[in-house]
Structures are given as C-alpha cells and as structure tokens.
Design a protein around this ligand. Sequence first.
Ligand code: ZN
Length: 100
Amino acid sequence: MSSEIKGDECTVQGGETAGPSAVEPQKKDLACILCGKKMFYEERFRVNVCLESEHGVLAYYGLDSCYFTSREDIGVRFAKEGRKFHMIEASVLEAIGVKP
Ligand SMILES: [Zn+2]
C-alpha cells in the first residue's frame, strides 16, 4: 500500500488570534462536492462533514478552503481538480467525533 499523496500545506488552527471581524462566517449549509448531499456541520471544529459511504468521510474546513479525506482515490481526484486537501487517517476523524 503506497501513500504518496500529499495535499497542500494547511492546518486547522484551534485558536483565533485575530479580531472577530477577521473571522469569516462559515457556511453551515454546504452541499458535498462529491455527492451533492447536505454536509453535517461540526461546530467545535468548524468543519463540514459528509459521511456518504460512496466516497467515504469527507470534511471541509471552510476558513482555509481545505478538504480532508481518508480515501486515497478521493485525494487523487482532488489533486487532479487542483483542490486544496489533506489526507488524514480515519482515526483522526473519529477523534473529532466523526464516525466513518
Ligand atoms: Zn458527500
């Protein structure tokens, strides 16, 4: 099993140091770009999440316009489409309360 896919560097940051005006309101009613269904919004981590089994777990961090996927084929697709993304382990998603 090869894991050569790497997304762009972007990190989810816990604390906001900038003033409130610098924080963009994140869309909570976001449609999944892979299946078109409404994504679940995780308030604590400010990520939109879709758990559709056809594409696996997909999370989207709107403040950084970055996607998170645990599926290599989805990562390949994002790379081809020029999207910003990170490959993450399914266990990481479980840590933020998402059950694959
Ligand atoms: Zn989806």
